[in-house]
Design a protein around this ligand. Structure first.
Ligand SMILES: C[S@@+](CC[C@H](N)C(=O)[O-])C[C@H]1O[C@@H](n2cnc3c(N)ncnc32)[C@H](O)[C@@H]1O
Ligand SMILES: [Zn+2]
Length: 259
């Protein structure tokens, strides 16, 4: 772990090693590490979130299977893909990501899950960091790659110094954040000037428009699907520019640059 780019989520002070923990040089806050993964989040969740993380913890082992992925893409993204077509779709996005990195650049994957889209970026990037709140997902990410640098933290309180990353990615997660504006500002803060944010999330368009009950189904789960214009506005408000996007049914792949 490169301690130079980490910071205390309480007071933003620098961190040092202290036995097995990390310790803030300013306020003394200690962050325990488990299997080499520093924990910047306490164990207390708001109750709807608690359920979501239990779900992600439980699905971590099976998360990358074609069967599981096709349920997500087909149900939420309104794609009609059999499990065997999923690797090709994921590879398509992975190739787009690889083209956006110059050799030696540093990448952050926010809500990295098992690292499905980010561990392949190690072929080109100097360092790939992954942040997530689910221990199950982070442990699975560690099993798939010993090289990814993993931290447990909330996307709205990233434990990184300003201007630390050339590329920030956030795949299949933006619609899960109840404070998406705050998360986007955090992503903007940790990017270098001219750095790029790449996202994959769901749209309230395509076939979803035909389903009038959709929001009543999604709201209690804390899920929010975006319109293309809403995403544009959110990104602009958070300091991003040059919003570009591709739509695949109710799935949107987008890029935006730090102003
Ligand atoms: C559907 S998975 C996507 C994982 C990965 N990005 C991918 O595309 O395969 C959503 C992930 O978001 C994480 N997550 C949800 N809310 C989060 C938050 N506020 N901070 C950090 N991670 C979060 C979950 O734990 C889960 O691993
Ligand atoms: Zn501190």
């Amino acid at each position: 772990m490169n301690l130079e780019i980490l910071r205390c989520t309480k007071c933003h002070g620098a961190l040092i090693n202290c036995g097995d923990d990390l310790k803030c040089t300013e306020c003394g806050q200690q962050y325990p590490q488990q299997e080499g993964i520093p924990n910047f989040h306490g164990e207390v969740f708001e109750s709807p979130q608690e359920e979501m993380y239990q779900f992600f913890d439980a699905s971590a082992e099976n998360y990358e299977s074609g069967e599981h992925q096709s349920v997500l893409y087909n149900f939420y993204g309104r794609l009609k893909l059999p499990p065997e077509a999923i690797p090709e779709l994921n590879q398509y996005f992975q190739d787009l990501l690889l083209k956006m990195i110059l050799p030696g650049e540093r990448v952050l994957d926010v809500a990295c899950g098992t690292g499905l889209f980010s561990r392949g970026l190690l072929a080109k990037a100097s360092e790939v960091y992954g942040v997530d709140l689910s221990w199950g997902m982070l442990q699975q990410a560690r099993e798939y790659s010993s090289e990814m640098k993993l931290v447990r933290a909330g996307a709205d309180k990233l434990p990184f110094q300003d201007d630390s990353f050339d590329l920030v990615i956030c795949f299949v997660a933006l619609h899960l954040f109840d404070n998406v504006g705050k998360v986007l500002k955090e992503m903007h803060r940790v990017l270098v000037e001219g750095g790029v944010l790449v996202g994959l999330t769901y749209l309230l368009t395509g076939e979803w428009e035909k389903e009038e009950h959709i929001q009543t189904y999604l709201d209690p789960q804390g899920i929010h699907f975006f319109t293309v214009d809403e995403l544009d506005e959110l990104l602009e408000k958070s300091g991003f520019m040059n919003y570009q996007h591709q739509e695949h049914q109710a799935l949107i792949f987008f890029t935006a640059e730090k102003d």
